[in-house]
Ligand binder design. Structure first.
Ligand SMILES: Cc1cc2nc3c(=O)[nH]c(=O)nc-3n(C[C@H](O)[C@H](O)[C@H](O)COP(=O)(O)O)c2cc1C
Length: 364
């Protein structure tokens, strides 16, 4: 299994490298009859784009998307939709000095061990730029979900040890894009930004936590044993570079709780049976309960840092101290927000199609 595809009935295959000619995605399983334009995709890619603030890599790319197939007169035909973005601002020679030196914390060493060759230019396929294909595919998924009243949004809840205060969904939705760290709590956002600048000044990087929320998810999505909704979400999130932990609902905190605290009571609300609380994060037994789906991911500090670290020159087979210069995100969580939203949207769309709630072949 080459591992470049994700999903079952709604499936993306991403392709391309950070410093190759272009990157993109093939999305298969989009029902015919969906109105789809490059503008629909571009607005999500613009939220992912680098070079927009001091918390992002200065690499300047417009990331303008072209739809190559599967759409006629602005309507999907049911055939694979292929989308592409040209790389325009790659400076590959900046990576020459680490051609044979794996960056600690990055994928360089493991790729070399597995393939015996790697595209060292900007990390090749293990670069954050690979997420262009996920976000473009995710934009299609979000469009399908929005027609069913499902909305996915994410925000940074912790960065460099600074935690945001708990906020309502409405506050998160309206505040998340109001600052560069994408934290919906403005006071915490300021402190987070200070941590980013401090780390950058020290030649270091910081990590954090991103919370992803899906509202309007109907009860009944997910398969009981293999293909559980929470398992698919965990797979989707762990497949993003730099994600080291995933939790659903109460997550790791549940380990210290009693059953009486963790269990969500079931009540009658206007004649409807519903959980009264959401420690389960909207999923029990691998199947959605109709409550909001809530997931949090732990994002590690950016591996490429200018502080000196130990590595090995694998051509000369000698230990050296390496400082990584060039253009890197000083912190990844703010850039992770649109990517994680996209992965959640892809999983939910796949399950909506698998369960017959969308399509599968045509919306017409
Ligand atoms: C949106 C995004 C941006 C990223 N930016 C950088 C970066 O500028 N520099 C870097 O070294 N790693 C960056 N990464 C992280 C690497 O891609 C990741 O650490 C690497 O592929 C190794 O995978 P792992 O951390 O999951 O083990 C980024 C990841 C994402 C998702």
């Amino acid at each position: 299994m080459p591992g470049n595809s994700f999903g079952h009935s709604f499936r993306i295959t991403t392709w391309g490298e950070s410093h190759g000619k272009a990157l993109g995605v093939v999305v298969d399983g989009i029902p015919a009859g969906l109105e789809l334009s490059e503008e629909d995709i571009q607005k999500d890619l613009d939220r992912r784009r680098p070079g927009q603030s001091e918390v992002s890599t200065p690499r300047s790319e417009s990331d303008s998307v072209e739809i190559l197939s599967g759409v006629i007169d602005g309507i999907t035909t049911g055939m694979p939709v292929s989308m592409m973005v040209w790389n325009k601002n790659a400076k590959s020679s900046a990576y020459d000095y680490i051609k044979n030196i794996p960056r600690p914390g990055h994928a360089d060493f493991a790729y070399t061990e597995k393939y015996g060759i790697r595209d060292h230019r900007g990390g090749g396929r293990s670069s954050g730029r690979e997420t262009i294909g996920r976000v473009a595919g995710g934009a299609v998924a979000r469009k399908l979900l929005s027609q069913k009243g499902i909305e996915v949004f994410a925000h940074v809840t912790e960065l460099g040890g600074v935690k945001a205060k708990p906020l309502s969904f409405e506050e998160i939705r309206s505040n998340v894009d109001s600052n560069v760290v994408r934290c919906a709590d403005p006071e915490a956002a300021e402190k987070m930004l200070e941590q980013v600048n401090k780390a950058r000044f020290e030649g270091d990087s910081i990590g954090g936590i991103v919370e992803i929320i899906a509202t309007g998810v109907p009860a009944g999505l997910g398969e009981p044993v293999f293909g559980k909704l929470d398992a698919d979400i965990a797979c989707a999130m762990m497949g993003i570079g730099a994600v080291k932990g995933v939790e659903i609902g109460a997550g790791f905190e549940c380990a210290g709780m009693k059953g009486s605290q963790m269990n969500d009571p079931i009540i009658l609300n206007n004649g409807k049976v519903t959980p009264a609380n959401n420690n389960a994060g909207g999923i029990t037994g691998g199947i959605s309960t109709g409550m909001p789906v809530i997931c949090r991911i732990a994002v590690k500090p950016t591996p490429s840092i200018s502080k000196s670290q130990k590595s090995v020159d694998m051509a000369e087979m000698k230990e050296i101290d390496v400082e990584i210069h060039g253009r890197h995100d000083p912190t990844i969580p703010p850039r992770m927000v649109p990517v994680a939203e996209s992965m959640m949207a892809l999983v939910l769309t796949d399950h909506m199609i698998r369960s017959g709630r969308i399509g599968p072949d045509s919306l017409l």
